[in-house]
Write a protein that binds this ligand. Structure first.
Ligand code: ATP
Ligand code: MG
Length: 208
């Protein structure tokens, strides 16, 4: 599951955990991006975003933080990340990239997006306020790939697209940064450990 995670919040974490359980994944890796391709520069530094992620997943089996995009630096392209993971794991194990409906709706603006399914499956999560809809190009590309059952991800290592409806959580990092700007609490939108880091680093006070 890729993202800016600026900061990681309960919407990300609960989604990761429910995807893990829905598909029976061995591990869900949260992969913070380096220089974001589609958005403004993050408010927190790379080290701070990584630190918040590590604090957030502590003690939760099956959730992990993968910092390969930060180590690679420069623009983070998901296709490069999936190709790298595929090369490490070999041809057999199934892998999937998890994204919210908002990210999916802009899929055709991603670098080499048609290649993503060569390396892994896609899992699209419904997100409150973001209907799962996309352009004609993406619609026709996806047409033959949609599956309804999580078990379908085990039949082949890559190539299908699963849509999942999980606990809807209308929480975003943007909302959290705005609350901080207004000097309001973000408690219970993020784990307490993350709330402590936000306060400790005095994040999101001057920029959102
Ligand atoms: P921002 O408001 O800064 O864009 P965000 O909350 O959208 O932050 P990202 O880091 O951009 O978080 O998202 C990473 C991934 O997690 C994306 O695929 C996004 O769609 C998904 N995601 C984020 N929040 C939720 C949520 N509440 N429910 C489901 N998916 C989510
Ligand atoms: Mg986002």
């Amino acid at each position: 599951m890729g993202g800016t995670f600026d900061p990681v919040h309960v919407g990300h974490l609960r989604t990761a955990l429910e995807v893990r359980d829905a598909v029976g994944a061995d591990e869900i890796a949260l992969i913070p991006c380096a220089t974001p391709v589609h958005r403004a520069i993050p408010g927190a530094s790379e080290a701070q975003r990584l630190d918040m992620l590590a604090a957030a997943i502590e003690g939760e089996p099956g959730l992990a933080v993968d910092n390969r995009e930060l180590e690679r630096s420069g623009r983070s392209y998901t296709v490069d990340t999936l190709a790298q993971i595929r090369a490490e794991l070999g041809a057999v194990p199934a892998i999937a990239f998890v994204m919210g409906a908002d990210a999916f709706s802009k899929l055709d603006s991603w670098h080499e997006w048609q290649e993503l399914c060569r390396y892994g499956h896609l899992i699209v999560i419904e997100r409150p306020g973001w209907p799962v809809k996309c352009s004609e190009t993406v619609t026709s590309y996806c047409a033959a790939r949609w599956v309804n059952k999580p078990e379908a991800l085990r039949i082949q290592p890559a190539g299908v697209i699963l849509r999942l409806s999980l606990t809807p959580l209308a929480i975003s990092s943007t909302q959290i940064r705005h609350l901080r700007q207004q000097n309001r609490s973000v408690r219970y939108l993020v784990p307490d450990s993350v709330n402590h880091k936000i306060i400790q680093y005095n994040l999101y006070r001057d920029s959102a």
